[in-house]
Design a protein around this ligand. Sequence first.
Ligand code: KG4
Ligand code: ZN
Length: 334
Amino acid sequence: MKILGIECSCDECAVSVVEDGRSILSSVISTQIEEHKPFDGVVPEIAARLHTEKIISVYREAMQQSASSAQNISAIAVTAKPGLIGSLLVGLSFAKGLSFAWQKPLIGIDHILAHLYAPQLETDICYPHIGLLVSGGHTLLAIVHDYDQIEVLGTTVDDAVGEAFDKVAKYYNLGYPGGKIVDDLASDGDEQAFRFPSCRIEKEPYNVSYSGLKTAVIHQKKQFLYKNAENTLPNLCASFQKAAIDMLLDRVKKAVKQTGLQTVVAAGGVAANSYLRRALSAQKSWQVFYPSLALCTDNAAMIAGIGYQYLKDNKISGWDLNAESRVTRFKRRA
Ligand code: KG4
Ligand code: ZN
């Protein structure tokens, strides 16, 4: 069964055709990075307008590359939440139009669940497992019971981890988006040069916070320079990266210990980070899976892939499917 997936939740306009939840027949992504670069961040109004301009050509290319036609598409899956409301509405309206015209089922997808599903496109990973979703908009640690069922252990109380990377890069004029740039600079730096603070939230041991770290890196960096270490940009990036990712590692270790689950899935844009991948892979107490780099950041293959699972279970959306900007449904542990 071929599913058409549509992803327009933020600044990537993406359409993909995936067969049987696994085989990616096409995955076309039109990124808006260049248009948002002058602002060092995504401008919601510009994002929505660019989705409107691009979606038809991206859709046509995805259909052509996969040699698909309306007749052999079984359903249309689309990101319905969370994300920028104007952007989501473009994808959702387009998906509803196709679904109505083709008389094919419409399936609303949660972007967070889709990110966590992404590595399943490449490897079969058993449920339940520990899921770590780290991106520009989200930082979430959860027990993933099934493709559509997660139990949140912890989140960030302020910035998402990718946002912290982006803000540090913005302050030091490194470019946008900052994650990859900081990661590259860090490869020439000494991660022990600065000893930046971590954070511990007593009542919520799985939660993380990045505002203190961000302030330390931006406004108080000299305070954290270790002995005679050099105050260079690569040293700063390497030390910041270590502090930001070690916080997550600590939470993953706790989760593995407490739940007894020994499989960890890391997904989202920050799962492309080289230090995070090295550190998670170095652990002997769990087996870790990540999507390939192209499937870490936003794409529509993960939407079409998880859409197939919904279709198989006959979990179809109605015409009242709406866009939601925030995460509302996930339950925290008592
Ligand atoms: O998943 P994604 O494409 O979009 C969201 O759903 O947010 O993630 C984008 C985020 C950005 O904050 C970007 O700076 C970060 O992922 N990112 C990285 C790396 N590559 C992308 N952060 C750290 N290291 C990287 N190598
Ligand atoms: Zn994302």
